[in-house]
Design a protein around this ligand. Sequence first.
Ligand code: 5RP
Length: 232
Amino acid sequence: MNPETKFTEELKRKAAYAAVKHVKDGFVVGLGSGSTAAYAIEALGERTKHENLRLLAVPTSYQAFLLAVKWGIAVTTLDEHPVIDVTIDGADQIDPKLNLIKGMGAALAREKIVASVSKQNVIIADESKKVAVLGENNHPVPVEVLPFAIAAVKRKIEAFGGRAFLREGKGKLGPVITDNGNAVIDVVFGVIRNAAELEKKLKMIPGVVETGLFIGLANTAYIGTPSKVEKL
Ligand code: 5RP
């Protein structure tokens, strides 16, 4: 690991370890996906072992499920536990109101469903994820799409000003296929002035399963910085 990556990983880890204090014995916990959420799952695994916590976790991806198994955290389903006490998840961009862009790990649909039924949503990230306005630096908004509708959805999104790119896999030829069997289109809008409105417009397109705009869902964020963990 190069020194810069190692440094960023440390910031993510610090944020994750600070966030898991929201979890209490007996909680149903939503497990986010991504490299930062992975540290939270590790931290919960350690707490489970050392404090004999009785947790039940709802993983938001196959990645999160495998990590829960690895760290000895019991898993459950939304069918059995449709209300979650707290979810801890990462983000790709975080604005000052805690609106988010998520989904660079292609787990956005399950992440949003889990967030929507969580009493508390705690976001963890290193400081590079903080932005003044979502979409800054031409960061794309991931959109999960039914494979049947890829071309149709791309045309509709481009008609209202987004530049849409079908996400390609790494380590496998062809498009990324989500845990739900769908594709992901990454859409560059530039700076997004009204994310709630854009979210509604995207969701109205037939074939769109979910978008990576998480508006009004997060309650708290822990941001790892070199000197401290900032709580927002
Ligand atoms: C996955 C996500 C992740 O939480 C997001 O991409 C952040 O990932 P990382 O912590 O690896 O930067 O939304 O769908």
